[in-house]
Design a protein around this ligand. Sequence first.
Ligand SMILES: Nc1ncnc2c1ncn2[C@@H]1O[C@H](COP(=O)(O)OP(=O)(O)O)[C@@H](O)[C@H]1O
Ligand SMILES: [Mg+2]
Length: 268
Amino acid sequence: MTDRPHGIITVASGKGGSGKTTSALAIAGALKKLGVAPDAVMDLDYGASLTRSYGYTPSEGFSEALLDGRIGFADALHDTNEGIPLIPASATLAAVEKGRMHAWRDRLRELGREKLIVIDTSDDVLSAPVAAAILAADVLAIPTPLTQKAYARAYPEIAGLLAGQKHNPEQVWFGTMVDQRPALTRQLLREIAEDGVELSVLIPRGIAADEADYAAGSVVMASPKSKVSTAYVELATMIYARLRRLTGAAPGIDAGRPTRPLPVAVNG
Ligand SMILES: Nc1ncnc2c1ncn2[C@@H]1O[C@H](COP(=O)(O)OP(=O)(O)O)[C@@H](O)[C@H]1O
Ligand SMILES: [Mg+2]
């Protein structure tokens, strides 16, 4: 155990296209901006979209080799524009059999006792790599597009996976691609609140998120002044505060400041 910032932040959702990769990149970029740069961003999606987002062609599965113990942490790291090391994925992750799930979970937990790692996942929640990352997480960040269908599909499999586990990650739900349709948004927010789910931050829909694709990095780096980036910095502040409570890691940032109220009132 170190007093440096450490822990596993897993971005996961059972819904494809919910903003996982955009959010993993942005949370990592925002943490760096806040002075607690992750030791690595790890790609555990066989689609390797995070790996591509940082400008790499996925050819070799470094995340897989690391979690199988074939290479060490330092040898898995790749430089990025953002100055945050990437642990790339390749398509062979799709063939990782269920039997390796517990070993990978344990290896991730071990890494998380020393390193601060943000993990991007696929929406195949019950596949071994993603399940391992969810079960190893200190903080589970759950991007939730504010549409009825997306909300309904985000969580059931994650809930099933976590049921009966001794270790349960701290959950941070947040809205993604939130648009300006106040009536619909408000109605859905009310329904979500009735389920006992609190969306900590609403990330607005904005072209800044798409533009980041061309910059080989996060929206926080590509468009630092955009509303999308500001919201992600707020989210990262909240995530880090939770992590600090759990792991007792060094402060690094002022995570105690009050957060801005949600822009859309739940009971309005
Ligand atoms: N806040 C946002 N505003 C607009 N577009 C967004 C936003 N967040 C993500 N996107 C876009 O939505 C698509 C899906 O996002 P992505 O992060 O790839 O989702 P996932 O990893 O869950 O499949 C991408 O084209 C991405 O650029
Ligand atoms: Mg993705």
